[in-house]
Design a protein around this ligand. Structure first.
Ligand code: PMP
Length: 441
């Protein structure tokens, strides 16, 4: 594991399994949430006696918290190479809140336009756009990759009407990375901006919002701290400052105004007008520590180590008879460490349950909040979907997902492969065993 394991708090925690024994937990559910860096918890503990209200007090501790909050903003911009003269970073709760906020702000800027999203989006980068805009979905190939040619077709079809292309940086189902700078150049060529849902990309790859030419710039970026080794409760929305200064903010309240009288309101400038209520300085301190540690390891090192892990796991898993790996399981270079699969004849819920209860391996199963993508990959018909709605087709279709972080090891993969081989070979034992299905999301 190249020593990265020691960066993680609780990497070797023991958990109970079915037979009453305790085993060292294996966490292959990093795409949902990562465990914290030790440095993150240390920084939070160090700062705990000092935290106080941000932008709201004259006491020493308030001034300290306010200064730290503002310097964190610059550090976050610097982490993704966004010029602070042009861009601002707004602290929010998570990626979902960031994308909802952006849809509100975007509506203030462009009322009657077309938004291009894609079939491979997480619901968080799909649903917030639907109620305000005409949304079209860029198609995917048979292997589940984004069809860039379909993007261009739609940009031409709606010439001048598409104002935003909103796309995931990496899929939380197949792990595919999208060519975000190529998409940016195409979008800009046809007069649209680009938003990247960075939730799955940010812990695995460096992100450069201003790479070579302005045509390739990323206009908006959203991500969550809890997927990059800091705790829940902090997310970031980055975008051009002026895009957040039209109309009213989505959340209104303390900290958002220049002046309020009984009769009128003058909203403050961005980012302040977009951060209603007392900000989460502890969460921002945690995010800052996570960024510092990621950079100390270097995103290039993380990317190459995780590619090795993914290639190793993909090669082994696709050789297990009766396991179907979704997407193109051969490539590893344009993917983050995510592998989704099913065992023939066993429901995904049972496989996930068996891995957890019998071997202490945590994975995720279901539709991963990306139902349209799963429906396409599994070739579900409208009849299948009607059956799901009517509940006659229960349990629901879905997949098992394993996802890696920088601290996972080849030995852990070997254990998971052994477990999957055993489960596959003894399928008949499991069909009855774990029938208590959770709600598959
Ligand atoms: N987008 C993608 C691609 C994701 O994987 C996730 C989390 N599963 C989200 C958005 C939403 O992130 P959050 O739950 O932190 O808002």
């Amino acid at each position: 594991d190249k020593g990265y394991r020691s960066l993680i708090m609780g990497a070797d925690t023991k958990v109970p399994i079915e037979n009453g024994r305790f085993v060292t937990a294996i966490n292959f559910d990093n795409a949902a949430t990562t465990p914290p860096f030790v440095s993150v918890i240390n920084e939070v503990n160090k700062f705990a006696p000092w935290y106080s209200s941000v932008h709201r007090g004259s006491g020493y501790k308030s001034r300290l918290s306010s200064d730290l909050f503002e310097s964190a903003r610059l550090r976050v911009l610097n982490f993704v190479n966004a010029d602070p003269e042009k861009y601002t970073a707004i602290f929010v709760k998570n990626t979902t809140e960031a994308l909802n906020k952006l849809s509100y702000c975007f509506y203030n800027n462009h009322k009657d336009c077309v938004i291009l999203s894609s079939y491979m989006e997480h619901h968080s980068n799909d649903l917030p756009w639907r109620d305000k805009f005409k949304v079209e979905y860029i198609d995917i190939t048979e292997e589940g990759r984004l069809q860039v040619s379909d993007l261009e077709k739609r940009l031409i079809k709606h010439k001048g009407k598409v104002k935003l292309v909103t796309i995931t940086g990496a899929s939380n189902v197949t792990g595919y990375k999208n060519p975000i700078h190529e998409i940016a150049a195409l979008s800009h060529k046809y007069g649209a901006q680009i938003c990247v849902d960075g939730a799955q990309l940010i812990p695995h790859s460096s992100i450069d919002m201003m790479p070579h030419t302005p045509l390739e710039n990323i206009d908006f970026l959203a991500f969550s701290a809890h997927k990059m080794y800091a705790p829940f409760g902090t997310g970031v929305l980055i975008g051009p400052k002026d895009m957040f200064e039209r109309g009213d903010p989505d959340y209104k309240g303390g900290g958002t105004v220049k002046i309020v009288t009984k009769d009128f309101v003058i909203w403050d400038e961005a980012p302040y007008r977009e951060e209603a209520g007392s900000p989460n300085i502890i969460g921002v301190v945690a995010l800052l520590a996570a960024i510092n540690t990621l950079e100390a390891v270097s995103m290039e090192n993380i990317e190459s180590y995780e590619q090795e892990l993914t290639g190793y796991a993909a090669e082994k898993i696709r050789h297990i008879p009766d396991i179907t790996v979704y997407g193109d399981s051969y490539s590893k270079d344009d993917k983050v460490g995510i592998i989704s699969f099913n065992i023939k004849g066993l429901h995904h819920e049972i496989v996930a349950e068996a891995l957890s209860r019998e071997v202490g391996i945590a994975v995720r199963n279901g539709c991963f909040c990306a139902q349209p993508y799963i429906q396409k990959i599994l070739n579900l018909t409208s009849g299948d979907i009607k059956n799901i709605i009517d509940n006659a087709y229960f349990p629901r279709p879905g997949m098992v997902r394993i996802s890696f972080g920088l601290y996972n090891s080849f030995e852990e993969i070997d254990k998971a492969i052994n477990a999957l081989q055993w489960i596959t070979a003894h399928r008949y034992r499991y069909t009855e065993k774990y029938a208590s299905f959770r709600r598959s999301r």
